[in-house]
Design a protein around this ligand. Structure first.
Ligand code: FVH
Length: 294
């Protein structure tokens, strides 16, 4: 059996711990560092090596995974000797950030002699290493080729190409989808709880199946967006603008805040005001360009 790639992990929060744990479970020699060293105890008991400093952690392996709170934290940690240690390494930064931060990080690491991959983790810590986990990567092609196999123990490797901002763009777009969908679901839960119904039963039997059915509408809508055509498909915006105040008014009547749906209500009204009464929901994506909003 060929030797497993050694991996260094900088940052052992909930996610960094899950990443390190997946490497250990797959027999990769794993060196870890965290500001609060005690967070490494369980990993060390399972075979990880605790480095005495971030610089020592980086020096220990060619593949260095970084998972800290913010890219500002990455800058803070990767200074002085730690930054010097990145020369010749492949840095895979899985810290959440924006496309412009990804570019700044690429500049920081490559100007210090490292290959750089920016990543976006599309999983919770409990899903790392399961078939439900996937991670976007962008940046160094050589780096992904060399380390695709060890990275695959974390989740499916979804390499988007050399353009460094792509992983952050798709990561944050999916988070927008998740938070937006959750916002509507939380509005529904608050309304149902307010009239004394058990939220879990409602969610299991009505809300989750209904939302599941409605997600089937997303692909046809996306196709309309790509074509720049916005047919009503049986539910025009004029009808929806008339109906949605009933949702907001019901929320208030049953005693809950109606704010989760204010943005989409405003957007629908604006599209209708701009002549979109006979269009369908796909027109709202068009209406969101900053030109129309500023
Ligand atoms: N947890 C999740 O579900 C999501 C899934 C998608 C990806 N995100 C991103 O992953 C990054 C890390 O998230 P996390 O869940 O591990 O976050 P925490 O448990 O809060 O750990 C934060 C780590 O950052 C270290 N840290 C914070 N500030 C500093 C600092 N000034 N200097 C050095 N290290 C710092 C912290 O260290 P400590 O507090 O334990 O000493 C943790 O290692 C994040 O970008 C998510 O958006 C997670």
């Amino acid at each position: 059996m060929s030797a497993r790639t050694s991996v260094s992990l900088v940052g052992l929060g909930d996610m960094g711990t899950a990443l390190a744990s997946a490497f250990i479970s797959n027999s990769h020699p794993t060196t870890v560092w965290n500001r609060t060293a005690s967070r490494a105890d369980t990993l060390v008991a399972r075979g990880a090596t605790l480095a005495s400093s971030a610089a020592a952690c980086v020096s220990a392996s060619e593949l260095v995974i970084v998972c800290l709170l913010l890219n500002d934290t990455v800058r803070e940690v990767f200074s002085g000797d730690t930054l010097k240690a990145v020369s010749g390494k492949t840095i895979v930064n899985l810290t959440n950030g924006t496309p412009s931060q990804a570019k700044d990080m690429e500049d920081l690491f490559t100007s210090n002699g490292a290959e750089y991959l920016d990543g976006g983790i599309m999983a919770t810590p409990g899903l790392i290493g399961t078939p439900a986990s996937f991670i976007f990567y962008s940046g160094s092609e050589a780096g992904i080729k060399r380390f695709e196999s060890p990275l695959a123990v974390l989740g499916k490797v979804d390499y988007l190409g050399k353009s460094i901002g792509l992983a952050a763009t798709l990561d944050t777009a999916l988070l927008a989808g998740m938070y937006g969908a959750f916002a509507g679901a939380f509005q529904a839960m608050a309304m149902v709880r307010s009239v004394g119904l058990p939220v879990s039963k409602f969610t299991e039997e009505k809300l989750a199946p209904f939302i599941g059915n409605m997600t089937g509408l997303l692909l046809p809508i996306a196709i309309h967006v790509d074509k720049g055509e916005h047919p009503a498909d049986g539910g025009n915006l004029a009808m929806q603008v008339a109906a949605i105040p009933n949702v907001l008014n019901t929320a208030r009547e049953v005693g809950v805040w109606d704010g989760m749906l204010h943005p989409i209500t405003k957007l629908m009204q604006r599209r209708v005001d701009h002549g979109g009464a006979n269009e369908g929901l796909s027109a709202l994506v068009d209406e969101m360009s900053l030109e129309k909003n500023e």
